[in-house]
Design a protein around this ligand. Structure first.
Ligand SMILES: Nc1ncnc2c1ncn2[C@@H]1O[C@H](COP(=O)(O)OP(=O)(O)OP(=O)(O)O)[C@@H](O)[C@H]1O
Length: 337
């Protein structure tokens, strides 16, 4: 059966104006997201990974309509989100929830968990008033906490438990899509694994769809169905998890993968250390944006974005590949790192 497309992001651009000069005019733009397209199917997890500042959170914020994008369209369940009024979007927010990196900052410290959860239900009017506390207890149990913790405040929980409260709050309104913005990045590795397992369990139970934003490919390995790799405002490669981890096409993806530590000393990977810093998104490099740091770049890359190549076994558009990799694999070119 064909999968249903729940979210479709098309040619999304988010340019933030930089004001300057005597009259506070716009003198330039931060091209935080620069022509990004992808889709997410119902029940799947698409991860978006890339270094700090590459535009992951800006993409997530645009989907949540926390910012209005400069250009592009965002279709959710067949509806153009960007054409909705603020009021219509408030109603739609029931279907699209978010879990942030720092639950402590996103949970009101003066509210008990009961208040946090029942308030979410009240805003979206999802559960009858007299049933909300009971539902809040159910939700706590669903996320691995217990009923006795319902009247506690956020500071009385550990980091991992607080993130579970954040997850319960997102679930309270019965969403279809959850944007997880660095949702486990601040947690210890063992707690990270528990929260990731919980998210997977909840996905199966409630047929949830996740857009999972993270800076580290290692973290997304277990949770993703597909992975989009972003660099300087662009998606450089998008592929199903297996192909991306086993057969990365873009040099940037290769570099990110080489940075994941392997526990097996016999099976050490060659670490690709990228030279230089990420260029400024105000004035990104011409051609392929990665060429200033790419171990495989040639003069051509200063003019040209590497052609997109569709692999036989993938649907059209699902895989963007740097054509240089093909040449390197075939021995026609040598990397210069
Ligand atoms: N409101 C804003 N005004 C101006 N520039 C912004 C704004 N929000 C983000 N940016 C810039 O846009 C770029 C992308 O930021 P974004 O937060 O999306 O990156 P990110 O990949 O999520 O990184 P991080 O994980 O560090 O948040 C950065 O250069 C950032 O400084």
């Amino acid at each position: 059966m064909a999968q249903k497309e729940l979210l479709k992001v098309n040619h999304l651009k988010q340019y933030f104006p930089i004001k300057g000069g005597f009259f506070g005019r716009t003198v330039n733009h931060v091209k935080a997201v620069d022509d990004v397209s992808f889709e997410i199917y119902e029940g799947e997890t698409l991860s978006v990974v890339g270094e700090s500042g590459c535009g992951k959170s800006t993409t997530g914020r645009a989907i949540l309509r926390l910012d209005d994008p400069t250009e592009g369209t965002i279709e959710f369940d067949g509806e153009d989100l960007l054409s909705l009024s603020k009021r219509e979007m408030r109603n739609r927010r029931k279907d699209i929830q978010v879990i942030f990196q720092d639950p402590y900052a996103s949970l009101n410290p003066r509210q008990t968990v009961a208040k946090i959860l029942t308030e979410a239900m009240e805003i979206q009017n999802v559960v009858p008033k007299n049933k909300r506390r009971e539902r809040a207890i159910e939700l706590l149990e669903t996320v691995g906490l217990n009923a006795e913790q319902i009247d506690r405040y956020p500071h009385e929980f550990s980091g991992g438990q607080r993130q579970r409260v954040g997850i319960a709050r997102a679930l309270a309104v019965e969403p279809k899509l959850i944007v997880c913005d660095e949702a486990v990045s601040a947690l210890d590795v063992s707690v990270q694994a528990q929260v990731l397992n919980l998210l997977k369990k909840l996905q199966r139970e409630f047929n949830l769809t996740f857009l999972f934003i993270a800076h580290d490919l290692g973290v997304v390995r277990h949770i993703s169905d597909r992975v989009a790799v972003m660099y300087l405002g662009k998606v450089v490669e998008i592929a199903d998890k297996k192909s991306l981890f086993e057969n990365p096409q873009h040099p940037y993806t290769k570099a990110l993968l080489s940075a994941i530590p392997t526990p097996d000393p016999e099976n050490k990977k060659e670490r690709i250390v990228l030279k230089g810093d990420v260029p400024s998104p105000i004035d990104p490099p011409t051609g392929c944006r990665f060429h200033t740091r790419c171990p495989f770049a040639t003069d051509l890359c200063k003019q040209d974005i590497p052609e997109l190549r569709n692999l036989d076994h993938m649907e059209e558009g699902h895989r963007a590949a740097c054509h240089h990799i093909e040449k390197i694999v075939s021995g026609d070119m040598k990397p210069n790192y």
